[in-house]
Design a protein around this ligand. Structure first.
Ligand code: SAM
Length: 248
């Protein structure tokens, strides 16, 4: 099923469309976080469930949940048609929605909604949580928080290069947001580190997974030239907050 996209969603989906074929080779953190999210939900997965995966990407999160709930009926939703195409090949015979999970009026109800490392791209997480908890009895998500990618951001700042990224929430603010919209069943925090030879390697990592705000090729070349003069090894720390909410 394909839903029409706004201009902003269209721009975002272009980056993820381009990364669909490279994504799995570079998404070790996304895979580990998917597995941890599924582990946190394990007590909810003992019998077959109807599960909605929002921002499913190439399907790593659904695959992690299938280890606990192989008989579940899964609906996979993503902005990017190419991501859904890859997911469909890996996980056939489920339901698929190409569309904006933040704005989509989901027609059905679900036992569990899940979203691994996708909500950071949403414009209004509060409204989204309020809406999704009317459709899902439980909603489990993970999101990078304040402090993530600190060394990377510092290098851009030191070179006076504006970094185009989404807003990182603090854990306390996210916890309050969760409590306002549902009952908190579980929450957790984990840091995953990725090491690169230089900052350009880290930038290429973001591009390979689609987490890249589009700039012109000339601007990209200028940034690359300035960053290449800085051959320092870099640690890309993903600081990830996990939360499982039950609808009130
Ligand atoms: C970092 S990937 C995570 C994919 C997958 N959950 C995983 O853990 O591998 C983020 C995904 O969210 C999708 N996404 C971003 N905003 C979205 C939105 N508003 N609705 C649906 N999908 C969205 C992107 O297209 C991308 O595939």
């Amino acid at each position: 099923m394909k839903k029409s996209l706004s201009m902003k969603s269209n721009r975002l989906s272009n980056g993820f469309d381009k990364a669909a074929v490279t994504y799995d080779c570079h998404a070790s953190v996304q895979k580990m976080a998917s597995e941890h999210l599924a582990f946190l939900c394990a007590p909810l997965l003992e019998k077959p469930q109807k599960i909605l995966d929002i921002g499913c990407g190439t399907g790593l999160t659904t695959l992690a949940f299938q280890k606990y709930c192989s008989d579940g009926v899964y609906t996979l939703c993503d902005l990017s048609e190419n991501m859904i195409h890859v997911a469909k090949n890996k996980i056939p015979n489920q339901n698929y929605i190409v569309g904006d999970g933040e704005r989509c009026a989901f027609e059905e109800n679900y036992d569990l909604g899940i979203s691994n490392l996708a909500l950071q791209w949403f414009e209004d997480i509060e409204s989204f949580l309020a809406k999704i908890l009317l459709k899902c009895k439980y909603f489990a998500f993970s999101i990078p928080v304040e402090g993530s990618f600190a060394a990377y951001k510092n290098l851009f700042a030191a070179k006076n290069i504006p970094i185009l990224t989404y807003h990182h929430w603090g854990i306390d603010a996210l916890f309050s947001l969760g409590e306002r919209n549902g009952d908190v069943v579980r929450s957790d925090f984990k840091r995953y580190d990725l090491f690169f030879e230089n900052v350009l390697g880290a930038a290429k990592h973001f591009k390979s997974i689609g987490a890249w705000r589009m700039t012109t090729p000339q601007r990209q070349a200028q940034i690359a030239a300035r960053l290449l003069r800085n051959p320092i090894k870099i640690n890309l720390n993903y600081d990830i907050f996990f939360m499982v909410l039950e609808s009130k």
